[in-house]
Design a binder for this molecule. Structure first.
Ligand SMILES: Nc1ncnc2c1ncn2[C@@H]1O[C@H](COP(=O)(O)OP(=O)(O)O)[C@@H](O)[C@H]1O
Ligand SMILES: [Mg+2]
Length: 631
């Protein structure tokens, strides 16, 4: 469908979802779907739950966060199970501010943004529907219209508990516009939208001197005071602060602890009583999730200050450390690159992996466990098998340091370095070595790295480089092996000729000189040894093969490379062993002969077709591995 078609469809969808009716009619809706009256926290929790929960090895995986957040399963599980879930059940945590605390670029804002975008979408679904008093700038919950003395009766009839008082503005409107007839008040379905400032707000601290509390709680509208006669007429007040607008949904409080204290005090009553003060009015009830974020050092200095005790006790802190798994880190980079303007650039295989190895190493802490080192720890964390250790060791490691992952290299640094390497190289292809080099160069300009850290990090770059060397060598050998299907056949034919001569006690004829020669014992043994055939067993093995060949011949079948499994294994292994030398010669010869050139081109073609390289990065790989093997 073209874009205009989609726009039209979208408009029709909006029209379909819209609803407006009297409060009386709203109560009919509640009879059938009481959940639409759920609290903001409950809605957030259900949104996450409805996206699906899987349990993998005892850790819950929330599909809601799947495509954007990687490697933070434990933090997310805590967040959902220790905050959203109990908050949804109206437990006290609901009234507290959720504070995500973690290192820079560790995914805090991403989590909050996902919640916001998620709520916008969820409010368009049946399960996430939200209704509000029409014309109210705070989208007030229609149930606030029910007077306190009738709320127990209401609970008995509807099974819904009502919290909060009707706001000053709607109290006045009820009287003036509806003549106190609650059942006539117009209710509408609302759809959360940050752009339209419905149910989603963001507060970010600016200069403390110029920042106005009105940004949070709204302000007097001087243009209308004359009309309404007094500052305390709620109609002369603009309820358009972020706390107002976020009612029923959520407010993000960016970098909360950078904020001036007087702003934080406002939150105190909100978190204690679920209401806040605006202008000269009675307290205003608010039903919203408040998510703030901060880094560790600001948090430490915040709690060190005695004056903050009261507020501190109203905050639930959730750690959001860096991801510590290499494979997940790679996915983070892939995602960030896809979202950037570098997506056209060819990134050679393993380039991101090597960067991820480096970053994760900078985040890990040295374990006291016997024989453990950072590389092993890194592998265990990533779910690899490391000899001598099991899942119990892994759990021990994970418990050893409470604040592991709170420091180190952040994903944004890596992406910035990759992009600067691309710019410098001026081509549209970048490999693992380019990335490592750029990471290293960048350390000089990294603002928050101490001299000691820098030394440590440079050491990690060498470790990452060593990891890459192994990966690169294996990759090239693999690419060579398949081009050796031919060689495998030749080697096997050669072996069989010798075996035949050996068993029949014949001589072989040299194909070039025509001279007679004895069977090549050295060649035969070098193959047989690959599968552990001893000197004593060699005769039986060779005879068995001859018998197999003649059995094949009798049936008119051709004995080939795949006809004898153990022989095939022996040949493959022998090829691998020889390969090292071949790769060495082929890749390092400055003036390759025709055969070598052909081979190199074959290998490059294979790297491109089957392993994700382009010709530039494949050539670079071969050159590098050649130099490694000749060291
Ligand atoms: N664990 C993670 N999973 C997915 N993306 C991540 C993760 N950690 C960081 N990022 C990415 O790094 C960038 C910075 O993250 P951000 O959410 O702004 O961090 P913070 O708010 O903690 O400083 C974003 O592009 C984000 O997507
Ligand atoms: Mg952020």
């Amino acid at each position: 469908m073209d874009i205009l078609g989609k726009i039209q469809l979208h408009r029709e969808e909006e029209r379909r979802l819209a609803w407006e009716g009297t409060f009386g009619e709203y109560l009919e809706i509640l009879k059938e779907r009481p959940y639409v009256a759920q609290s903001a926290h409950s809605r957030v929790y259900n949104m996450i739950k409805d996206a699906g929960i899987e349990e993998v090895n005892g850790t819950k995986k929330y599909n809601f966060f799947n495509n954007q957040i990687f490697g933070l399963e434990d933090s997310i599980e805590r967040l959902v199970e220790e905050y959203f879930h109990p908050a949804a059940k109206r437990l006290d945590v609901r009234k507290r501010i959720l504070l995500l605390m973690g290192p820079v670029s560790g995914g805090k804002s991403t989590i909050v943004t996902m919640l916001k975008r998620g709520l916008e979408d969820y409010s368009k679904t049946e399960a996430g529907a939200v209704y509000a008093i029409k014309g109210c700038p705070m989208h007030e919950d229609p149930l606030h219209l029910i007077p306190h003395h009738l709320r127990d009766d209401f609970y008995r009839e509807f099974g819904i508990r009502i919290e909060g008082n009707l706001s000053p503005l709607n109290t006045m409107r009820l009287e003036k516009e509806y003549g106190n007839c609650i059942e006539d008040v117009i209710v509408e379905r609302i759809f959360f939208s940050e752009d339209k400032r419905t149910g989603i707000g963001t507060f970010s601290p600016s200069d403390p001197k110029s920042q106005d509390i009105a940004d949070l709680t709204g302000s007097i509208d001087f243009s209308t005071i004359a009309e309404f006669g007094s500052e305390s007429d709620p109609r002369a007040y603009r309820f358009d602060g972020e706390l107002n607008k976020a009612n029923r949904g959520m407010m993000e409080f960016q970098e909360m602890l950078k904020c001036d204290e007087k702003f934080l005090w406002h939150l105190l009553s909100l978190t204690q009583e679920g209401n806040f003060k605006a202008g000269r009015f009675a307290l205003i009830s608010a039903d919203e999730l408040i998510v703030a974020h901060t880094n560790e050092s600001e948090y430490r200095s915040f709690i060190a200050n005695k004056k903050n005790e009261a507020l501190h006790s109203r905050i639930i802190v959730m750690g959001v450390p860096y991801n510590l798994r290499v494979s997940e880190e790679e996915r983070i980079y892939e995602k960030m690159i896809k979202e950037s303007d570098m997506s056209h650039v060819h990134i050679a295989p393993h380039a991101l992996r090597v960067a991820a190895i480096f970053s994760v190493l900078t985040r890990l802490m040295d374990s006291k466990k016997q024989g453990m080192d950072l590389i092993k720890k890194m592998r265990l964390y990533d779910g690899e098998i490391v000899e001598g250790y099991n899942h119990i060791d892994l759990e021990d490691l994970q418990k050893e340091f409470a604040d592991e992952g709170m420091s180190g290299i952040d994903p944004r640094y890596v992406i910035n370095r990759i992009s600067s390497a691309i710019i410098r190289k001026e081509i549209t292809s970048i490999n693992a070595l380019d990335v490592l080099r750029s990471m290293k160069d960048g350390l000089d300009h990294h603002a928050s790295i101490t001299k000691e850290d820098k030394e440590r990090f440079i050491n990690f770059i060498s470790l990452a480089r060593k990891e890459y060397d192994e990966i690169a060598k294996k990759e090239v050998q693999k690419a060579f092996v398949y081009s050796y299907e031919e060689s495998a056949k030749t080697l096997m034919d050669n072996y069989l000729d010798n075996v035949e001569a050996y068993c029949n006690k014949n001589k072989l004829r040299d194909p070039l000189t025509g001279e007679e020669m004895s069977p090549d014992e050295k060649l035969m043994r070098s193959i047989e040894e690959q599968i552990g055939i001893s000197e004593n067993a060699k005769k039986a093995f060779r005879e068995e093969i001859l018998i197999r060949i003649s059995a094949y011949a009798r049936k008119g079948k051709k004995f080939d490379y795949n006809s004898h499994e153990r022989l095939r294994e022996a040949i493959q292994k022998k090829l691998f062993a020889d390969l090292k030398d071949v790769v060495k010669i082929t890749t390092s010869s400055k003036t390759p002969d025709e055969a070598q050139l052909k081979k190199v081109n074959e290998v490059i073609a294979r790297l491109v077709d089957e392993h994700g390289y382009n010709t530039t990065s494949a050539n670079e790989l071969l050159k590098y591995v050649g130099s490694l093997l000749n060291r």
